[in-house]
Ligand binder design. Structure first.
Ligand SMILES: Nc1ncnc2c1ncn2[C@@H]1O[C@H](COP(=O)(O)OP(=O)(O)O)[C@@H](O)[C@H]1O
Ligand SMILES: [Mg+2]
Length: 212
């Protein structure tokens, strides 16, 4: 298992970190990545398909020895797939068992079935959990494919790195994840979300960089 390494201390160190993983990085990208890591702000990467946006998250996770948690966005992506869902089949069994054994204390039963072990954690919730290797890298990939309602919800999570589950309570990340958001710009992402993040337009590699 890899162990977490320190965050890079300079733009140069960040450039080296990206390059060490075989990523061809321009200084501008290294600069904005360095700042995002330092400031604990999400990094928003926009650009054409294939320019290396997703790769930045993979490379960062590998270089820093962090877990990579990926949320692939698509039309219709909802909270049940992105954040959490109750395991209703298991809850139902628990209810039947309680009934069969004559446990009729409603309060007790409802607090029993809304316990953590019936909670199915999806990527956004997983990313809020502590990890021995340090806060994970959360990749929110191709956000432009998700609906705007989901974007609004995401904005909330990215503001305070916490999720409130009505039946359960609030789960807050002890240490915010390193967040990379990507978009292929098939539509505009709202300014409110962009303002939360450090933004960078990723261009095709220039010829001299590719040949270097
Ligand atoms: N700057 C780069 N340095 C090294 N490999 C790159 C770079 N940009 C893209 N690639 C490679 O090209 C492929 C597509 O990159 P990807 O990150 O999936 O693109 P995007 O997410 O922007 O659509 C990947 O296999 C990746 O390794
Ligand atoms: Mg991608």
């Amino acid at each position: 298992m890899t162990t977490a390494s320190e965050l890079p201390r300079s733009v140069d160190a960040t450039l080296e970190l990206l390059t060490s993983q075989g990523y061809l990085a321009e200084r501008q990208l290294a600069t904005v990545t360095f700042l995002a890591l330092r400031m604990g702000r999400p990094l928003f990467l926009e650009g054409e398909a294939g320019v290396g946006k997703t790769e930045v998250a993979k490379v960062l996770a590998a270089a820093l020895g962090r877990k990579l948690i990926r949320l692939q966005c698509y039309e219709g992506l909802d909270i049940a797939s992105a954040v959490y869902e109750w395991n209703s089949a298991a809850q139902m069994i628990a209810i039947r068992l309680a009934e069969a054994s004559g446990d009729t204390d409603r309060e007790q039963l409802s607090s029993d079935i809304f316990a953590e072990r019936y909670l199915i954690k999806r990527p956004l919730l997983q990313a809020l959990e502590p990890d021995v290797a340090g806060a994970p890298v959360l990749l929110i990939d191709e956000l432009d494919r998700a609906d705007e309602a989901f974007e609004a919800y995401l904005l909330e999570i990215l503001s305070d790195f916490q999720v409130t589950i009505p039946e359960f309570g609030t789960i807050q990340a002890p240490q915010p994840p390193i967040v990379i958001v990507t978009s292929n710009r098939t539509r505009e992402i709202h300014d409110a979300l962009k303002r939360r993040c450090l933004y960078h337009w990723v261009d095709y590699p220039s010829a001299d960089r590719e040949l270097a």
